[in-house]
Design a protein around this ligand. Structure first.
Ligand code: HEC
Length: 150
């Protein structure tokens, strides 16, 4: 009998403690509007997203020509060389890539910038223009290159 009563008291104590906790939880959560537990949850951006392996303007002569114009007017040429052969910034014509040669990698290099001296252009240039630059860079050294070096 004593044992039963003791465990009964213990249970009552636990229940009281639990009741106390559950009374405080909603108050703590009330200030966090970000917590929603229902509704569809989409994929988290940036997690496991491979950069696209093709750009929308790859191989399109008019877009490549626009990319070439931007390359000069935005002064990419000032750092990467007139025909992107390298200068203060690395060559974009050779086969060596620090951050990847896929169109998605090149897009990210331009949009986000890179640590060792590559400015980010994402705030200044709309996506379309960055893809034009990407198409131009992808055309370097091919017979589609706009204004190739003589
Ligand atoms: C102020 C000089 C400067 C300007 C202007 C500049 N870049 Fe760069 N860029 C760099 C440097 C330096 C790097 C290498 C960064 C690193 O190693 O972290 C780089 C890296 C890159 C890369 C990645 C190369 C690789 O090997 O992965 C691309 C693509 C690129 N730049 C494109 C451009 C384009 C397009 C523009 C014009 C919109 C531009 N850059 C303007 C200096 C510049």
């Amino acid at each position: 009998v004593t044992r039963l009563r003791a465990s009964g008291l213990l249970l009552a104590a636990l229940a009281a403690a639990a009741g106390c906790d559950s009374a405080e939880l909603p108050r703590g959560l009330a200030g966090s509007p970000a917590i929603h537990t229902s509704g569809p949850v989409g994929p988290l951006p940036g997690l496991g997203d491979a950069p696209p392996s093709a750009g929308p303007y790859d191989g399109q002569p008019a877009m490549i020509a626009d990319g070439r114009k931007l390359f000069v007017s935005m002064n990419c040429a000032g750092c990467h060389g007139d025909h992107a052969g390298g200068g203060m910034g690395p060559s974009l014509r050779d086969a060596t890539w620090i951050y990847g040669s896929q169109p998605g990698d090149v897009y990210d290099s331009i949009a986000q910038g890179r640590a060792n001296g590559m400015p980010s252009w994402g705030v200044m240039l709309p996506e379309q223009l960055i893809w034009q630059l990407t198409a131009y860079i992808g055309s370097l050294g091919t017979d589609r290159e706009s204004e190739p070096p003589q």
